[in-house]
Structure formats: C-alpha cells, structure tokens
Write a protein of this length. Structure first.
Length: 80
C-alpha cells in the first residue's frame, strides 16, 4: 500500500470551472487525467478530493500534490 503522493507536475493546472459543478482532484498523483482522479489511486491510501465550484472562473489546481491548500495550488511547487 503506497502512502506517498507522486509529483505529477511541478506547475498548477488552470481549469475553467463552472458554478455548482463538482470536480474530483487527484491527490495521489497517479492519474493520467491530471489534475483529476481517474481511479488510479486504487491500492494506495489516497482518495480524490471533491471540489465544488462556487462560481464560474479559472482556478489553479495543484499538480505537485504538495499544496497545503489542496486541491488548489498554494505555491508549494516552487520548493520542489
Ligand atoms: Fe489520484 Fe484518484 S487517481 S486520487
Ligand atoms: Fe502544487 Fe502549486 S502545483 S502547490
């Protein structure tokens, strides 16, 4: 069972989210459909993190999986 998040990308993913829509952010870094979960976390301790868009706008989902403000980027990728 793996409990280490993989650094999928060292930069955030800009996504135009729609108000009221749910998004499932990949917390494990294993998804091939970054920044979202594709089920590849199976067999790890990770589960996707649900994000509900409060408004329609561009948000920056964390790609490195080290953000303290997940699922959004907090700049932690700059330390990698
Ligand atoms: Fe990473 Fe589901 S594939 S959390
Ligand atoms: Fe992870 Fe910025 S991409 S903190």
């Amino acid at each position: 069972m793996s409990s280490q998040a993989i650094v999928a990308s060292k930069t955030p993913h800009a996504v135009d989210v729609e108000a009221g829509k749910d998004y499932y952010w990949c917390s494990c870094g294993r998804s091939k459909a970054q920044p979202f979960c594709d089920g590849s976390h199976q067999g790890t301790t990770f589960t996707p993190q649900k994000y509900t868009a409060a408004e329609s706008k561009t948000v920056y989902f964390c790609g490195c999986k080290q953000s303290a403000s997940s699922p959004l980027c907090d700049g932690a990728h700059k330390q990698l």
